[in-house]
Write a protein that binds this ligand. Sequence first.
Ligand code: XMP
Length: 516
Amino acid sequence: MHSRHSEWILILDYGSQFTQLIARRLRELNIYCEIHPYNVDLNEVKEPTPKGVILSGGPKSVNDPDAPELQKEVLNWGIPVLGVCYGLQLLSHNEIPGSVDKADKREFGRARLNIDDHSDLLKDIPDDSVVWMSHGDHIHELPSSYRIIAHTANAKVAAVRHTQKEIFGVQFHPEVAHTRFGSQLLKNFAKNICQCSGDWTADSFIETHVKSIREQVGSDRVLCALSGGVDSTVVATLLHKAIGDQLQCLFVDNGLLRKNEFQNVLKLYRDDLHLPVEGVDASEMFLERLNGVSDPEDKRKIIGRTFIDVFDDFVQHQEKFKYLAQGTLYPDVIESVNFKGPSATIKSHHNVGGLPEKMKLSLIEPVRELFKDEVREVGKTLGIPEHFISRHPFPGPGLGIRVLGELGKDNLSLLREADYIFVEELKEKGLYHDVWQALAVLLPVQSVGVMGDERTYEFTVALRAVTSLDGMTADWAHLPYDFLANVSNRIINEVKGVNRVVYDISSKPPATIEWE
Ligand code: XMP
């Protein structure tokens, strides 16, 4: 079921790496939008009628035999259209095939925009501002139904508008941060031209979804797996607001959580958020099944399967559930355009994958239209405490993928202590929010050291802290040396069994954030 906001903009994706950024920029203006592949069945995106359409950029040339095409019907919907880069070239090619060709000079990077018409799309944008170009083709013959509204030194046609209709095109990328007035341009398009009021806020999201969840669920029951993370907590809190005790949450101690995590988070769920939650201690079962397993993928699979078994056992003793709620986010959902075949690829990341099929449950994913920071906003508005909302991400398989190799109670508790010291120190020194994620990893190697007058032969802890926007790419955090020295000292002095601490200075890619 779709609960699309009534005032929205449709983004047709032609495969540009920047398409998601168009959505981000619009959402920042409190305008709801959705990204769909360029060849989406238009019947699926007609209701409610979008206020405007944006045609994204893309890696192809409009002259390629297999170039993704314009669904011309959108030009007859009578709503404004904005073509970005490839999108602009499509508009031109649509009127005069052959009007786009290879530019003498491919243009990548900064250019200065000279504006010929300051009305509509380019309103309130000063002349000679920086824009970001990234194209190999250009328009050499502009159809007579369009006129130029801006140019650059290298591109005669940098921005155009249709002479009769509200159809616009830009050769540069307004969605990237390097385009100085890009957000202003998108605001001009969405607010002035498409007449979106910008009424999409956390409050309006909650109001719409409480209503639609109630309609969808009726009098049935919903099961929600809580991980202790922000996404599932927001989902559960939203569902609870909508359907009260028809919701049942389950929080599993898999023996792979951080120090005091199970008790602390369960307390927050019960005392602060008043969620109907059952806490199940399944740590023995997880650790038993993981015994002797060292391959990272095997460990992940065993952990995932064990979750399913714990769930299965739980529902046997419960009134029947019809739905399973999950905290899937928008970046997991967006269908990336696949030019090689008709099917679109969907990336998904489920810690309890396979659960709905096995239990014949239908999925409810109320935050699947949101980006992470928007989920945090909704969480705050729902009254979830700030300190919880701003926690670092923590993976479903937990410390299980941070004790490298075989797991055991001893090495898990050793890592738990080291992790606790690292994170507590970050919080105490005011550095916790400067990093996207911080963690400790226990390496399965022993090395020689000396403590007092004694030779030691003990384990190594690796500290990892990264800065990132979305976890997809990351840089190692440049934490102060003094801070690292202090953490290292504390870990070696306080955690018995560790005589060496190292700091991970690899970025992602080529490394990943987690070590397994
Ligand atoms: P990597 O290690 O792939 O991690 O760079 C990117 C982000 O995803 C988290 N992560 C997971 N989260 N289940 C999760 O819920 C998983 O299996 C999983 N593996 C990695 C990781 O902590 C980082 O934030």
